[in-house]
Design a binder for this molecule. Structure first.
Ligand code: 5RP
Length: 217
C-alpha cells in the first residue's frame, strides 16, 4: 500500500470513534482530509463539526457538513487529527500544515484526541521532524535567537502566513529529551503563540495504518 492508501485506511478506521448526535472536532492535513471524506458518508448522524483551520472548514462545508465555531459548543467528545510524529507516550509533533494553534485549542477542549497516522510517523524520540513554532511577525528575530539558545536551528517558513496572521519558524535539530518541559519552555518565549509539541495534552488513542491493518495504542 502506498502512503495515501495507508492514510485513507487509518482515517476510515477512525470513523468508529465518531459519536452519534454530537459535534466533533476535525483536524487539518492530508490524513484529516481522508477522514473528512469518510465523515461525509455519515454526516446525517452528527450535529456538525468544529474545524481546526480554514482549509478544513472549506472541505467540511463542501461535503455539506455543518461547521460551527468552537465558542458555540459546550463540549466536544472527540477530536480527530493527524500528526507529523508520534511517540510511544502518544506525544506528538504537529503543525507541518501550519494549523498547530487552532489544532491545539480544539484538542484542549476535546474529551478524546484520536490521532491518525501512517506507520512512517511513529518514532522513538520526537524531533527529526522540524518543530513548527507559530510566532507574531514582529517577534520573529527575537524568538529565533531564543530558539538558537535552546539548541535549535530555526528556519523561517517563507511565504507562509497562518490562519491567525502569524509566521512559522521550523526548528531543526532540537534534542527533545523531555517533550513536556520543552513545550512549556518554548511557549514561555515572549512572541510565541504556540509550538507544535503536543505533549502536555497527548492523544488518548493513536491509530496507525500499516500494510493491510490498523494498530491502536
Ligand atoms: C497540520 C498538522 C497535520 O496533522 C500534520 O502536518 C500531518 O499532516 P498529514 O496528515 O498531511 O501528513 O499538524 O498542521
Amino acid at each position: 500500500m502506498d502512503q495515501d492508501a495507508l492514510k485513507k485506511q487509518v482515517a476510515e478506521a477512525a470513523l468508529r470513534f465518531v459519536p452519534e448526535g454530537e459535534y466533533i472536532g476535525v483536524g487539518t492535513g492530508s490524513t484529516a482530509n481522508f477522514f473528512i471524506d469518510g465523515l461525509a458518508t455519515m454526516k446525517d448522524r452528527i450535529k456538525g463539526a468544529v474545524a481546526s483551520s480554514e482549509a478544513t472548514a472549506e472541505r467540511l462545508k463542501g461535503h455539506g457538513i455543518t461547521v460551527v465555531s468552537l465558542n458555540d459548543v459546550d463540549r466536544l467528545p472527540v477530536y480527530v487529527d493527524g500528526a507529523d510524529e508520534v511517540n510511544a507516550h502518544r506525544e506528538m509533533i504537529k503543525g507541518g500544515g501550519g494549523a498547530l494553534t487552532r489544532e491545539k485549542i480544539v484538542a484542549a477542549v476535546a474529551d478524546q484526541f484520536i490521532c491518525i497516522v501512517d506507520g512512517s510517523k511513529q518514532v522513538k524520540r520526537l524531533g527529526k521532524f522540524p518543530l513548527p513554532v507559530e510566532v507574531l511577525p514582529m517577534a520573529r528575530s527575537h524568538v529565533a535567537r531564543k530558539l538558537v539558545a535552546l539548541g535549535g536551528q530555526p528556519q523561517y517558513r517563507e511565504g507562509f502566513v497562518t490562519d491567525n496572521g502569524n509566521i512559522i519558524l521550523d526548528v531543526h535539530n532540537l534534542d527533545i529529551l523531555n517533550p513536556i518541559e520543552l513545550e512549556e519552555k518554548i511557549n514561555n518565549i515572549v512572541g510565541v503563540v504556540t509550538n507544535g509539541l503536543f505533549a502536555k495534552r497527548p492523544a488518548n488513542v493513536v491509530l496507525v495504518g500499516e500494510n493491510g491493518s490498523v494498530n491502536q495504542f
